[in-house]
Write a protein that binds this ligand. Structure first.
Ligand SMILES: Nc1ncnc2c1ncn2[C@@H]1O[C@H](COP(=O)(O)OP(=O)(O)OP(=O)(O)O)[C@@H](O)[C@H]1O
Ligand SMILES: Nc1ncnc2c1ncn2[C@@H]1O[C@H](COP(=O)(O)OP(=O)(O)OP(=O)(O)O)[C@@H](O)[C@H]1O
Ligand SMILES: [Mg+2]
Ligand SMILES: [Mg+2]
Lengths: 255, 255
């Protein structure tokens, strides 16, 4: 049974793409067949894995013509990890989808026909609660919510939790929060601990055990188009995403 | 002559809101009458200045009924600084505006009738290139582009520069880039210097002289709803935004 996880938070710069890339790479290292869908016109997940942006063979094309999806599956430098790349033109596709019937189910139609080839489908979302993230919430089974240990990121948590609940009531009865992941955690910064304490008080059982530490090697790895494991397997960032993958696989057994 | 500056970058988490709040506060300290327009449904600029979110007297209401704008002007704790607050409902307003005629000029209609009361109007944009940021590009005279000294932030710079050029050709002949502002600059991090070098090579004369340093006091100030000047006037963050305000005022004289 393919697990479909949307990586979503409308707050910008909280580590969605970094989590999508490195969690997919960690799951592939653990022997899971993975598909990463880059649903952001910025196409950061595409370039962060060293893949080429594509207009004709990207997610934009698959959303307009779902039968094209098999041709949009692109291999990456990691054996068990494929990607459906993105392109800046995806922003136009979002605007043209607004007038289409069942516009929020286009991703489900597109990716639904190839998901059986994979153990995990991860979706990297743009920083909004518009039509593209909505498509991810309608398609996925669960949502992983990266959050920085900072004030503005905490403010937005209520909005994404409400959007998940609303999608569950109206469009996708299966969707639930998979977990809240602290990113860029800096143990020396008092604010990091305050926010972590506050969020854990409200969302306790949803919070992943280990925060991802602030580690510039994660940003450097992305600039080389490779995962943190290939760039520096001994880094704090690599250890953080291995722990995350372990916990996500554990959740699998509980279902 | 009122200067109208949009603070815009579709890349998330690059310091748009932090720049909007502290640049507005610095300009007010310098004796300029300022209006900050929070054009983001996350309403971070609203809470970062300690103001209340508002649905009836916020920017969403003014976009739907421009004659309401004078009632949406809200004072802040800083004498020369007013704000038009935001609210999560602004996301619905964006969706309903899509079908309206001249949808990209609603902000110009709304704020145009009150701008004469101010020396500066600053607009904090959400992390996208959708209808709300487009309204800001159609209304403003110039765009201040905050950018992190990181790889993904650099990738998106071409997209925002292209969006400004396209808006200038089709919708607003006055709009130009005001400048590129490096944020969260960490002199100890090699990647910071690399990205700064690369961007300066391509956009040299657009880059502000001083980067804003990474300073956790900026994040802490926001969590207390006050500017960096009130929170800790001697901080590196405060010095960075004073320098920025000085340079922006200098640009004024050259016009
Ligand atoms: N744990 C970490 N430590 C240090 N830097 C990080 C970490 N996680 C992410 N980064 C860096 O922070 C920046 C923001 O991360 P990223 O782009 O993954 O966030 P995002 O939520 O996908 O942003 P957007 O909202 O624009 O899609 C990037 O430059 C990234 O390299
Ligand atoms: N110079 C800085 N030093 C340290 N932290 C900073 C700095 N500038 C901003 N921050 C923090 O980084 C985070 C992102 O900044 P901010 O919210 O201003 O970015 P943004 O571009 O407005 O994000 P969004 O794309 O979601 O609107 C915030 O938690 C903020 O407090
Ligand atoms: Mg991203
Ligand atoms: Mg912001």
């Amino acid at each position: 049974m393919t697990r479909k996880i949307a990586i979503c938070n409308q707050k910008g710069g909280v580590g969605k793409t970094t989590t999508a890339i490195n969690m997919a790479a960690a799951l592939a290292l653990a022997g899971k067949r993975c598909l990463l869908v880059d649903l952001d016109p910025q196409a950061n997940a595409t370039s962060g894995l060293g893949s080429r942006r594509s207009r004709e063979r990207g997610i934009g094309a698959a959303l307009l013509e779902p039968e094209l999806t098999p041709e949009c599956l692109t291999t990456t430098r990691y054996e068990l990890l494929d990607i459906i790349p993105s392109h800046a033109a995806l922003a136009m596709v979002e605007q043209s989808l607004v007038k289409v019937r069942k516009k929020e189910r286009r991703l489900a139609q597109a990716v639904g026909c190839v998901e059986a080839r994979y153990d995990y489908v991860l979706i990297d979302c743009p920083p909004s609660l518009g039509l593209l993230p909505l498509n991810a919430l309608v398609y996925a089974d669960s949502v992983l919510i990266p959050i920085q240990c900072e004030y503005f990121a905490m403010e937005g948590l209520g909005q994404i939790i409400a959007a998940i609940r609303e999608t569950r009531e109206k469009l996708n009865p299966r969707i639930r929060a998979e977990g809240v992941l602290f990113t860029m955690f800096d143990a020396d910064v008092e604010l990091s601990h305050e926010v972590m304490g506050e969020v854990t008080r409200h969302f306790g059982d949803l919070v992943y055990r280990q925060p991802i530490p602030r580690d510039v090697l994660l940003a450097e790895a992305a600039s080389h188009g490779i995962s943190i494991f290939e760039y520096n397997i001994g880094s704090n960032g690599a250890r953080g995403y291995v722990e995350l993958a372990r916990e996500v696989i554990e959740h699998e057994r509980q279902e």
